[in-house]
Design a protein around this ligand. Structure first.
Ligand SMILES: [Zn+2]
Length: 177
């Protein structure tokens, strides 16, 4: 009996991570979410920055909208154009984004950050967590300015890459409509 109980508990824990990964662990999906934090909203901008197949991007965005992670908003009627923005559920991935980026830098790259996340309130640099090491605040993405870091590469010439060479407040639209 106790084995059944334990099994159920473990199953429950594994299940929530498995469910999360089933959605955000799909190839490209977390990069789409990352770009949305950077302020990318338009289909063409995601496409230009991520170099992914159009049909795959379309499918991933649709899935994220269906799951409630992103919201589709019409910003132009003729021709119809939509933009994609993170919902509250999507913005809740902010700690996960910081943690994964930091882990990748430390263990899979050369350790030189490509991007710096600066707390606008105090100038502290977030690394791996939304808790600011300088002031101790829990910092939401809209209070963060992203700046190119020492590991930044500047070879890409798409509009998103160009825009990201300048300091940019997270979640603010990156390119003009
Ligand atoms: Zn701070």
């Amino acid at each position: 009996m106790s084995r059944v109980g334990l099994g159920k508990n473990y199953e429950g824990q594994e299940c929530s991570l498995a469910r999360a990964l089933e959605l955000i662990g799909e190839r490209w999906t977390f990069l789409v979410i990352r770009d949305a934090f950077y302020g990318v909203r338009r289909f063409g901008d995601f496409l230009a920055h991520l170099d992914m197949p159009r049909a795959v991007l379309s499918q991933r965005l649709q899935r994220l909208v269906e799951a409630g992670v992103m919201e589709k908003r019409r910003y132009q009627d003729s021709p119809p154009r939509d933009e994609y923005v993170l919902t509250e559920m999507g913005r809740d991935l902010w700690p996960a984004l910081l943690a994964l980026a930091s882990w990748g830098e430390r263990h899979l790259a050369d350790g030189r950050p490509r991007r710096l996340f600066v707390h606008l309130g105090c100038g502290g640099h977030l690394t791996g967590s939304p808790v600011c090491p300088a002031c101790g605040d829990q910092v939401p993405p809209e209070s963060v300015e992203m700046r190119p870091g020492p590991g930044a590469e500047s070879t890409r010439e798409d509009p998103v890459s160009r825009a990201l060479r300048r300091p940019h407040r997270l979640l603010e639209p990156l390119t003009e409509h």
